[in-house]
Design a protein around this ligand. Structure first.
Ligand SMILES: [Zn+2]
Length: 204
């Protein structure tokens, strides 16, 4: 299991991490992820999978989990209001700024301040491997500064920028910086892996 340094100081308050097989985590609140920008506030387990790509809660002992294989799983923790979020953001999520919207919704719903939040971004498709055929036409204009050589896109930098723009201080953002496709030990949709990694967080 992969832990994030940025969340380790809160390990008595949180259980969190990335597991390489999402089925290792049972009883988590999960979604039918649709690459949209629906963010659900949850207080209990639901019976059917809602169509959503982010969750947030202040409920203790309720595990939130998103499944990824190249997409980013993002965990957000505000230690002041004791609220957490879990976000699934692939390239379409990036174009919708679901990270920024989740931070905003936690601010509005819980009175959290982005300046207190810690954000962790999972291993995911890196700029080395996020190749598009025609990114200038496939991605909206605000993504264009993140298009590098040979039509590769740096979604790690874009997500970091979305956190900064939402008000999270740079030293409170941890990017795993590991590419799910070309670095060993991860699951990659682009490599044809059918399994999914789980990115989860539980308030203790
Ligand atoms: Zn790579």
């Amino acid at each position: 299991m992969i832990e994030f340094d940025i969340l380790k100081p809160f390990s008595g308050e949180l259980d969190y991490g990335v597991v390489l097989d999402s089925s290792e985590i049972s009883d988590a609140v999960m979604a039918d992820q649709v690459h949209g920008d629906v963010i659900l506030e949850v207080t209990e387990q639901h019976e059917t999978l809602p169509q959503a790509d982010a969750f947030m809660t202040q409920q203790k002992d309720l595990t939130l989990m998103v499944e990824v294989a190249d997409c980013q799983g993002i965990l957000i923790y505000d230690p002041v209001t004791r609220s957490v979020g879990a976000v699934h953001s692939g390239w379409r999520g990036s174009t919708l700024n679901i990270i920024g919207k989740t931070i905003k919704k936690m601010t509005e719903t819980y009175g959290a301040s982005p300046s207190d939040m810690r954000v962790a971004i999972s291993p995911s498709l890196g700029p080395c491997c996020a190749e598009f055929s025609d990114p200038k036409n496939e991605l909206p204009e605000f993504c264009h500064p993140f298009i590098g050589e040979d039509n590769h896109v740096d979604f790690w930098a874009l997500s970091t920028k979305q956190c900064l723009d939402a008000g999270v201080p740079e030293d409170q953002i941890e990017l795993a910086g590991e590419c799910s496709k070309c670095q060993p030990g991860y699951l990659s949709y682009r490599n044809g892996d059918s399994g999914r990694m789980g990115v989860f967080v539980t308030l203790l």
